[in-house]
Design a protein around this ligand. Structure first.
Ligand code: SAM
Length: 435
């Protein structure tokens, strides 16, 4: 098998993403690149290039468009991606101009597209000559037009900040198992291991690392003292407020970040963890094995409880429903390319179906925590507003004040980047007690 270098691998990854609509993580998880010798620093560079081009894709294209006399044909998408990789290296990675230009030209030739070598050379040199630099990139425009329009319509004067924050790199945030170790103690342990970290300003269980590290370098990770989880996601378990012995359902559980937190936070609950995807449910099992706690794992469709639910209704339900993931684009920059505007309404309808079905499984007097990692009102505030109109026996519990979220009517919204957090929405719903 022909070995592959990091730039060619990044080109192949991006082509596959754009042409086949597959996610970056999914493409890189296949062994085809490692089988061709991509490892260590080269693998890291391939990741940096492909993740980085996705992060800036729409803005880099905007910069390129006036510099191409006519748009490239679909069959020359590889040439366009070579140009995007070149511009990204020049502007964001600060690669020396002659090196970035030379590599891009050689890469074009190696694809058998010598006719485009002059074009690549001229466009990249032109950018260098014009003094275009990182400051020329507008982070708030690094999205498809429909996304920019939706965020503006939803968030008005806050929109530019939300969009700019969404182009940043997300910090690596850890959750401490506070039942077993204090956060200060964990910070000392990390410092001794040479890992720079600080306490999160608003979430008690969260620690932010100055730089990302491999989980195998984290002291206490294998024992479950530390887990990787964004600080906004760490609010779910405490918000659900479960009592000892409660019967609880984590309805969309995989990969199990919140399942694990629920069990660590409330060791005495009886937890069912449900997911529709059996392979993703295996990741929940792995996560629980690591932290040494257990739940009943169920493969099933939360919208069809009759197919999997037997026995008692639940005291509490966590509904972390599938969503646009528009709040986690810092971690998954490919969402900007993969998500279509036409995906949103079907998602909203699916969420409504899920939460309606789950409501039937809740005991009178029970609580359901609805959450998404979305910043779109349609999936959040508007979704819950409509739910309340459909269900006379539902009322929303006031989420209270926090400096890191915006109270909504109903629920609360964390906007991307607020206190370094992902974009998240929470609404806690209570079912009327039985008569
Ligand atoms: C946002 S993710 C959940 C993340 C998870 N709660 C965590 O904290 O790690 C949504 C999950 O819902 C699952 N899902 C989608 N449709 C479902 C359905 N109809 N019933 C149950 N699970 C579903 C997906 O497979 C996915 O794992």
């Amino acid at each position: 098998m022909k070995p592959v270098g990091p730039r060619d691998a990044a080109l192949e990854v991006l082509l596959e993403l754009i042409e086949q609509g597959r996610a970056l993580d999914e493409i890189l998880a296949t062994s085809k690149f490692t089988a061709r010798g991509l490892a260590g620093r080269d693998l890291a560079l391939c990741r940096e290039l492909s993740w980085g081009v996705c992060r800036w894709y729409f803005e880099l294209r905007r910069l390129l468009a006036p510099r191409l006399r006519k748009p490239l044909r679909a069959r020359d998408r590889d040439v366009e991606i070579i140009l995007l990789l070149g511009v990204y290296q020049l502007l964001v990675m600060d690669v020396k101009p002659h090196a970035a230009v030379h590599q891009s030209v050689e890469q074009t030739r190696a694809r058998g597209k010598s006719w485009a070598a002059g074009l690549v050379n001229a466009v990249l040199r032109g950018l260098v000559r014009e003094g275009i630099d990182r400051a020329s990139l507008d982070a708030s425009r690094a999205y498809p037009e429909w996304m920019i329009a939706r965020v503006r319509a939803d968030w008005g004067e806050r929109a530019a900040g939300v969009l700019a924050n969404g182009t940043d790199r997300a910090p690596m945030t850890l959750r401490v198992d506070l039942r077993r170790v204090a956060r200060d103690g964990m910070l000392e342990t990390l410092a001794k291991a040479g890992i720079a970290a600080s306490a999160h300003a608003t979430v008690d269980s969260a620690i932010c690392l100055a730089e990302a590290v491999g989980v195998d370098e984290l002291p206490g990770f294998e024992q479950g003292l530390l887990s990787v989880q964004d600080a906004a996601a760490q609010l779910a378990a405490p918000l659900l407020d479960c009592t000892a012995g409660a019967r609880v359902l984590d309805a969309c559980a995989a990969p199990g970040g919140k399942t694990a937190h629920l069990l660590q936070h409330y060791p005495e609950i009886d937890l069912d963890a449900l997911d529709i995807a059996p392979r993703r449910l295996e990741r929940v099992a792995q996560n629980l094995r690591r932290i040494g706690l257990s739940a009943r794992l169920i493969t099933g469709d939360a919208a069809q409880p009759a197919t999997w639910h037997e026995g008692e209704p639940y005291d509490a339900i966590l509904a972390d429903v599938p969503c646009s993931a528009s709040g986690v684009m810092r971690r998954h920059p490919d969402i900007r390319l993969l998500r279509r505007e036409s995906d949103i309404m079907p998602l909203v309808e699916r969420q409504a179906e899920l939460v309606d079905a789950l409501w039937t499984l809740l005991k009178p007097g029970g609580r359901l925590l609805y959450c998404t990692c979305s910043i779109f009102l349609a999936e959040n505030r508007c979704q819950v507003e409509r739910f309340l109109q459909r269900h006379d026996d539902a009322r929303v519990i006031d989420p209270g004040k926090r400096s890191d979220w915006l109270p909504q009517q109903p629920g609360a919204q964390i906007l991307t980047g607020e206190q370094g957090m992902d974009g998240f929405y929470y609404a806690l719903l209570a079912k009327a007690p039985g008569q």
